[in-house]
Design a protein around this ligand. Structure first.
Ligand SMILES: Nc1ncnc2c1ncn2[C@@H]1O[C@H](COP(=O)(O)OP(=O)(O)OP(=O)(O)O)[C@@H](O)[C@H]1O
Ligand SMILES: [Mg+2]
Length: 261
């Protein structure tokens, strides 16, 4: 069995703090993962490892069959899509939406003098349409609403047709309608067998799209539980992860949590 992600005994230390400590995680072809946990749990750090933006202090990280440390990360990166607030900050505000998506083909965030193939132009247009933002193609990225920006970022992260797609809090800052539209778009992505392996980071069970198969609960730089969503998403586990008494419920493929009565 070859894993899409295989982390063994991973530690990340910054100064005197262990921000990830003893993380084991295996992700197989076809799986759709949610990583849920409170602020500071280590979720973004984990995605930074999985996207080759960081190396572990100890332990091993294998991505798409390649071991971090023994591979040229610039060869691996086009195979991995990433959408995160940190990456969004690198996108020039004056760039057109079309170019924001198109420049991903070259792994850059600002259009310079690259020549793009018609094939790339078509793919960028299709991806913008898939996320309902094709009418914004000529707008400047900096003029978009938060929700429009999130959708453009996800379209951008799919531009290289990655085998692994990592989304760090894609619904953060969206209003209720925007969140629900994004959840629906991600549910559709999750249900398509041609989609890459998906990993979605969030703080809220309400943001888990139907069709996501696995859940990791993180706390204090460690994995509390990981496995099929239905097994891991219990009131007891969520209470332990967030450190407050919580009650979980599940209805029509969606999850909610609130303070236990
Ligand atoms: N360079 C650094 N030096 C010291 N501490 C760091 C550094 N980078 C991250 N940390 C700490 O590591 C912990 C985990 O950070 P991380 O960003 O991975 O958490 P997170 O689960 O994504 O949190 P959030 O939900 O708030 O985004 C935090 O306590 C953070 O302050
Ligand atoms: Mg984070």
């Amino acid at each position: 069995m070859s894993w899409v992600l295989d982390l063994q005994g991973v530690r990340v230390r910054r100064e005197t703090t262990m921000i990830l400590d003893g993380v084991d995680w295996q992700v197989a072809e076809g799986e759709r993962w949610v990583i849920l946990g409170p602020n500071g749990a280590g979720k973004t750090t984990l995605l930074q490892l999985a996207s080759t933006r960081m190396h572990p202090t100890a332990g091993s990280v294998e991505i798409l069959g390649e071991r971090l440390g023994g591979v040229d990360v610039f060869e691996l990166r086009p195979r991995i899509g990433l959408a995160s607030a940190a990456l969004a900050d690198l996108i020039p505000r004056g760039e057109t939406v079309r170019d924001v998506v198109l420049t991903a083909a070259y792994g850059v965030t600002g259009r310079w003098t690259e020549a793009y193939e018609e094939f790339d132009e078509d793919r960028a247009r299709d991806l913008l349409a898939a996320f309902g933002v094709d009418t914004l193609a000529d707008r400047r990225f900096g003029t978009l609403s938060e929700g429009e920006r999130k959708r453009v970022q996800i379209a951008r992260s799919l531009m290289t047709d990655p085998e692994l797609l990592l989304l760090d809090e894609p619904a953060a800052g969206l209003d209720l309608g925007g969140r629900e539209e994004l959840v629906a778009a991600l549910a559709e992505l999750a249900g398509d067998p041609a989609s890459p392996v998906l990993v979605l980071v969030t703080h809220h069970p309400e943001e888990i799209p139907p069709g996501f198969t696995h859940l990791m609960l993180m706390r204090d730089g460690g994995v509390l539980q990981a496995g099929p969503v239905e097994e891991v998403m219990t009131s007891q586990n969520l209470t332990e992860a967030f450190g407050v008494p919580l009650e979980v419920s599940h209805d029509a493929g969606r999850w909610t949590a609130r303070a236990a009565r």
